[in-house]
Design a protein around this ligand. Sequence first.
Ligand SMILES: Cc1cc2nc3c(=O)[nH]c(=O)nc-3n(C[C@H](O)[C@H](O)[C@H](O)COP(=O)(O)OP(=O)(O)OC[C@H]3O[C@@H](n4cnc5c(N)ncnc54)[C@H](O)[C@@H]3O)c2cc1C
Ligand SMILES: NC(=O)c1ccc[n+]([C@@H]2O[C@H](COP(=O)([O-])OP(=O)(O)OC[C@H]3O[C@@H](n4cnc5c(N)ncnc54)[C@H](O)[C@@H]3O)[C@@H](O)[C@H]2O)c1
Length: 469
Amino acid sequence: MADFDLVVIGSGPAGEKGALHAALHGKRVAVVEREPVPGGTAANTGTLPSKTLRETALYLSGFRQRGLFGVETTLRREATVSDFLYRERRVKGMERQRILEDLKRHGVELVYGKGALEDARTVVVRREGEPERRLTADVILVATGSSPFRPPMYPFGDPRVHDSDELLELTELPNTLVVVGAGVIGCEYACMFAALGIQVTLVEPKPELLSFLDDEISALLQQRMEKLGVRMRLGRTVEAVEVPPEPRAPIRLTLKDGERLETDQVLVASGRSANTTGLGLEAVGVKLGTRGQVEVGPEYQTAVPGIYAVGDVIGFPALASTSMEQARIAVMHAFQLGAPNRIAPVLPYGIYTIPEVSMAGETEESLRARDIPYVVGRAAFSTNPRGQIIGEAHGLLKLLFRREDLRLLGVHVLGEQASELVHVGLMALMTGANARIFVETCFNYPTLSEAYKTATYDAMDKVRTPPAR
Ligand SMILES: Cc1cc2nc3c(=O)[nH]c(=O)nc-3n(C[C@H](O)[C@H](O)[C@H](O)COP(=O)(O)OP(=O)(O)OC[C@H]3O[C@@H](n4cnc5c(N)ncnc54)[C@H](O)[C@@H]3O)c2cc1C
Ligand SMILES: NC(=O)c1ccc[n+]([C@@H]2O[C@H](COP(=O)([O-])OP(=O)(O)OC[C@H]3O[C@@H](n4cnc5c(N)ncnc54)[C@H](O)[C@@H]3O)[C@@H](O)[C@H]2O)c1
C-alpha cells in the first residue's frame, strides 16, 4: 500500500484546498512545501499582501475621505515604509497560522522540502541538511504555482529594481516609480503607490489597459488612474535600462521612441512563469505547454493517469479563486467523489486597482464579435443614495442583457466594493436569470447593490418591453 492516498506538491491556495478536500473525504494526505512557510503566492507574496497594502495606501492617504469633502481635500500624511508594510506582515502571519491549523485539524501532514517526481507514484523530498524522503501515493497533485517572469534586461540584484515578490522587501518608499507592464499586477501596484503620493509612470507595450475588460470600463479605469496621478505610457516599450551604482543617482529607462524616464525605483510586472523546472514531470510523461505550463484535461488530469495539476502551474486564468476550485474538481475526479464536476461556466475577475474593477460574463466587444443583439443598462454611483453618502462619485454598474429576452449576459462594476458587488450579478448569470430577478428583488436601502435595479430599469427603458417570466 502507498504511504498516502494523495501527495500534493505546493501549499498555495490550490494545494491547500486540494489537500483539505481529500482529507475531508477521509483520504490520507501529505503536502510538500519548499518554502519554510505555507500559503504560496496568495498568502506570502501576491494576493493577500497586495490587497492589504492597497487598504493601507487608501487609509494612509485618506483616499476614501476625499470624495466626502470635495476632490481637492486630502488627509494624506507622510507614510513610512514601516507604516506601509505593518499590516501586510500581520495579515500574512495570520493567514500562515490559519493554514497550519487547518491542515493539522484535518490530519494533513506538511512536509517541508523541495518535491520532485521520481516516478508516477513517488515524490522525493529534498531539504538541505536533512536526509531525502520518499512519499508514495495513489494520486499526485502538482500545485507548484508560478513565479515572476524576469526580462533579462533588468538588473534584479539591485535593491531599486523589483519584481512583485521583492517589492515586499522594500526598505524605502521612492519619490518616483516606473512600473513596467500594465497587467493586473502593474495596474494594482501603480494605483497603490500613486495613492501614497508617489509619482508613478506605467509603461505597457499594448495600447490599452487590461484588454480583457469591457472597453468602456477599461477607458474609465484609465481616466481614473490618470486622475490619481499615474502617468500612462501605453503602446510603448522599454529599450534600455541604466542603473548607476550610486544609490541616490536616478535610474534611466529609454523607451523605443526615444523618451527617457528617470526614476528612483522600478517595478517589473511583465507576467509570470509556471514553476515546473526540476519537478521531473516530463521524465514521467507529463506534457508541458510552450510556456512551461502543465497541460491538463477538463478535470485537471495530466497525460499520466493519477497525476493531476491545478492552479498557476497550468496557466490561465491563474487566480487564487480559480486555483482553489480547480483543486476541488481534480480531487473529486481522482477519488471519484460524486458526480462529474466542472469549473463554473462563468468566472468573476476582481481587480484591486483604485478604483476597484470587477466583471463576470460577456463584454460589449465579445457580444458584438458573436453577433448577439444586446442592450446595456447603466447605473452611476453618483445617482445612488449610498454612493452619495460614501462620496463615491465615479462608480458605475453596467449590465449587458440579451435584447430578445433580457437574459443577463454580463456584469461590469467600477468603483468602491466592485469585487463584492459583482457577486449579485454573478449569481444571476449562474442561474440564467433575466431582468425580472432584479425588478422583483427587494434590495436593502440605501446600498450600492440597489444599483442593479437602476441599471435594469435603464436597460428596460431602452427596449420598452417587460422581460418574460
Ligand atoms: C501581486 C499578486 C497579486 C495577486 N492578486 C490576486 C487577487 O487579488 N485575486 C486572485 O484570485 N489572485 C491573485 N493573484 C494570483 C494568485 O496569487 C495565484 O493565482 C495563486 O496564488 C495560485 O495558487 P497556486 O496554489 O496555484 O500557486 P502558489 O500560490 O504560487 O503556490 C505554489 C506553492 O508551491 C510551492 N512549490 C513550488 N515548487 C515546489 C516544489 N518543487 N516543491 C515543493 N513546493 C513547491 C511554492 O513555494 C508555493 O508555496 C495575485 C498574484 C500576484 C503575484
Ligand atoms: N486581482 C487579481 O485577480 C490579480 C492581481 C494580480 C495578479 N493576478 C494574476 O497574476 C498573474 C500575473 O499578473 P501580471 O500582471 O504579471 O501579468 P499579466 O500577464 O496580467 O500582464 C503582464 C503585462 O506586461 C506586459 N508585458 C509583457 N512583457 C513585457 C515586457 N518585456 N516589457 C513590458 N511589458 C511587458 C504585457 O503586455 C501585459 O500587459 C495574472 O495571471 C493575474 O491574473 C491577479
